[in-house]
Design a binder for this molecule. Sequence first.
Ligand code: AMP
Ligand code: GLY
Length: 417
Amino acid sequence: MKVLVIGGGGREHALVWKIAKSPLVTQLFCAPGSDAIATFAELIHIPVDDIDRLVSFAKIRAVDLTVVGPELPLALEIVDRFQTIGLRIFGPTRAAAQIETSKVFSKSLMQKYQIPTAKSEVVSLAEAYGKINSIEMPIVLKVDGLAAGKGVVIAHNKDESIEGLDQLKKMSDDTSQIIIEEFLEGEEISFFAVTDGTYAIPLGSAQDHKTIFDGDRGPNTGGMGAFSPSPLVTPSLEKEIMTQVIHPTIQALSKEGSPYLGVLYAGLILTKQGISVLEFNARWGDPEAQALIPRMKTDWVEVMEATLDGRLHEMKIEWKNDGSVCVVLSSGGYPGEYRKGDIISGIEKKMSPQVNIFHAGTKREEGEWVTKGGRVLGISALGKNLEVARDQAYSAIKNIFFDEMHYRTDIASKIIE
Ligand code: AMP
Ligand code: GLY
């Protein structure tokens, strides 16, 4: 079968790497992909937001299965557009993807169906400025819509709240709906499940490291590293997450007339009172996928096919018992304005078969790999446990170099120690 993957980051590199192993696949395309992805897939030079051209490509080349990586094409109705003309595509419709693309939608869905989440209210920006005089701090302020992780502010006092609201006003064109949310404390978990809209299978857990510096200091990034599974997610907690969060959410979306098909990602926080949902995403996490996918033994193409055929309940997904750790190498300056075009050395060296290098922002130039993005590479390693996996990842990094290369040295450390 012919498969097309949409996207070109580290998560899509991991997806393409996995999909390329499937004996079901005879031809693999990736749009737009990357020079690193070109090892496994034919690159199609169409950006992820050009839905018209993606539809035409899939139709003309008779693609059997399209797999969506990032959220933007979901918000632009790629799934609806493919389905309308009978093309098979793995991912949620625009309506179902609102669980990620609109925080107001997902909060009100959770409230209506009693899915555990922080208390919150939705107000206008003007009302929010008024409210902060009388609210107990800390609070969390969120703007509706996709904001690439920048639409959330945690404020500890009134001054920070005002600053936060000013910031949200600057970064969004639509500030008609501001969410004021109760601040929760606890360990954050990323939990994944695959669902056909009725049935769901857990894909397991990971933990991301959001800030740029060790010890969770500095500004937030897209994610500086992840490990999987999270030892905090015991089998009994996994059951709880499935019964309290995943199943009720899938049922809620169906009842609302927008059944969800694809990978559902719950961003959870484990508080003293129990699990609570911080957010949902309508896709795999990045860099969580780069840690989680290498643990999957089952053919992911088979799972996606079963999901689309409504026979997910017949599937069993098998996993390696290993721990997996992915450490992100970033460009000097990231998450602010960052350097580009630095020559990367050492990634072609022979590494342990337990190590995979997933490219997030690189390109090939005059026979060299050079940096192109803020997040450059994800060094992902498997090991018999998280400690071994972490040591493997960090020892692989010793071979790699580019000017002003930055990475956190404490990925997975807190949990190991
Ligand atoms: P979100 O995009 O809603 O997941 O928020 C981004 C990040 O902000 C989360 O990963 C948390 O670190 C933090 N955050 C969001 N909501 C809350 C909350 N209610 N309490 C504490 N931290 C939060
Ligand atoms: N790693 C967080 C995300 O993918 O949203």
